[in-house]
Design a protein around this ligand. Structure first.
Ligand SMILES: [Zn+2]
Length: 184
């Protein structure tokens, strides 16, 4: 029998250093304050913070579960009203399917992730969610070169792997003028 309840998806996207995790934590904390059952996830591949806690640049935190496979989210989210997923660009195939399943179960879903990769193309997990999101919050940063509005993330280390885990030592926000993708 088809369930009549239906949740919504909000995508919070933008380059690195745009405050996506802060926006996500604000939404999850508000839902928790409204006595919703809230759970948050982040990919195990993102090893920067050392544990699974969502951490904003201003020091706020929200507990999260570290998952290595997107299917773990569907299982662990059972019984929750609100689900938050950070660093969604780390997830690959099957991410949208999991999101759709949760929404069909009535879950309100908040997904945060980088939209443009180091070549200026789109991360597939994020672009797929983008096409199905009910609401898109597009955040920007400040170009590290010229101070203009930044939508791209410039990789500063010499690797052409699709995903390289790193912070300010490996990436900086750039505007479209200053962004220089690697040559193919
Ligand atoms: Zn610039």
């Amino acid at each position: 029998m088809k369930k009549s309840r239906h949740g919504h998806i909000e995508l919070i996207c933008g380059p690195m250093f745009a405050g996506k995790t802060t926006a996500l934590v604000q939404r999850l904390a508000a839902a928790r304050d409204a006595r919703k059952r809230v759970i948050a996830f982040k990919p195990a591949a993102d090893t920067r913070s050392g544990d699974a806690t969502l951490r904003t640049h201003t020091g706020e935190t929200f507990p999260a579960k570290s998952v290595s496979d997107v299917r773990e989210i569907a299982e662990a989210a059972d019984g929750y009203d609100v689900v938050g997923i950070d660093e969604a660009h780390f997830f690959g195939r099957g991410f949208l399917t999991v999101c759709s399943t949760l929404v069909d179960q009535g879950v309100n879903l908040f997904v945060a992730g980088v939209d443009f990769d180091h070549r200026g193309g789109m991360f597939s997990a994020v672009s797929r969610v983008m096409r199905h999101a009910d609401h898109i919050t597009r955040l920007t940063s400040t170009c590290a070169r010229c101070g203009a509005e930044a939508v791209y993330t410039q990789r500063l280390v010499a690797s052409d792997a699709p995903l390289v885990v790193g912070g300010a030592e490996a990436y900086e926000p750039r505007c479209a003028e200053c962004f220089t993708p690697p040559f193919v």
